[in-house]
Design a protein around this ligand. Structure first.
Ligand code: COA
Length: 220
């Protein structure tokens, strides 16, 4: 399936519908620094069980940081039913663990910017625009965390965002102030902290944004 998507020459911006109809355009194989072979590809409608297994595998700590209404087959069905509709692109990294296929990471992009995010960023002096901005959230399977997977996959995410015509990536819902691994990861990828907010659960969160390298060069 697919080649190295970093080398693909694309003249036309991708859309959610195009990816849903031809998921191979965003499928790529890579080997992690620990030697695991991964297939990084869009979530497919047939992935319900695979996704349910991943969600249910997440530890209590990962769940507090990656907040969903449930971590079961119902949520997996909802995610798979949403493919090609609405504003979300979900990418999964799949590998073989002890002879069976497992998801080791889920990375989500959203191409809509809700009014609440627009208002929050406006209060930091940043004007968001759905044409150029998208939202991002990652989750790595517990036993694979801190093995370099998110870092490896993030270069593909940057490429995907560009192929959708985006210039900036912001965090989907921000990051909890006590989520040190994620904050370190975002900083390492070049995200800049732009503000602090309080979520509905009264937890402090930070908003981060990344301007893609070279994004505004054509305007200089
Ligand atoms: C945040 C997350 C996606 C990072 O993914 P990962 O694959 O573990 O990250 P990597 O192994 O690529 O690590 C990249 C860098 O992130 C930072 N980092 C990752 N895990 C860390 C930890 N436990 N403690 C401190 N820093 C950490 C480090 O700077 C690391 O670089 P280094 O290993 O060279 O020091 C992962 O921890 C995760 O899925 N957490 C649970 C869900 C979550 O919090 N999602 C984000 C919601 S905002």
């Amino acid at each position: 399936m697919g080649g190295d998507l970093r080398s693909v020459d694309v003249r036309e911006a991708l859309t959610i519908e195009r990816v849903a109809n031809a998921p191979d355009v965003l499928s790529s194989r890579l080997r992690t620094r620990e030697g695991a072979d991964l297939l990084f590809r869009p979530l497919l409608r047939a992935d319900v069980k695979l996704l349910a297994e991943f969600l249910s595998s997440l530890s209590a700590r990962s769940r507090t940081r990656w907040n969903l209404e449930s971590y079961d087959i119902a949520m997996a069905r909802e995610h798979c039913a949403a493919i090609g509709r609405y504003d979300k692109l979900r990418m999964i990294a799949v590998t073989n663990v002890n002879g069976s296929r497992k998801i080791v990471a889920l990375m989500e992009l959203s191409f809509s910017i809700p009014p609440s995010d627009q208002a929050r960023f406006r209060s930091y002096g940043i004007s968001l625009d759905e044409t150029f901005d998208c939202r991002f959230a990652p989750c790595v399977r517990d036993e694979f965390q801190r093995t370099g997977i998110a870092s490896e996959l993030f270069s593909f995410i940057v490429d995907i965002a560009r192929r959708f015509g985006k210039r900036r990536i912001l965090l989907w819902g921000g990051v909890f102030a006590d989520n040190i691994p994620a904050i370190s990861f975002y900083r390492k990828q070049g995200f800049i902290e732009v503000g602090e907010c309080t979520s509905q659960s009264s937890t402090n969160s930070f908003d981060f944004i990344l301007t893609l390298p070279g994004a505004f060069e054509d305007e200089q």
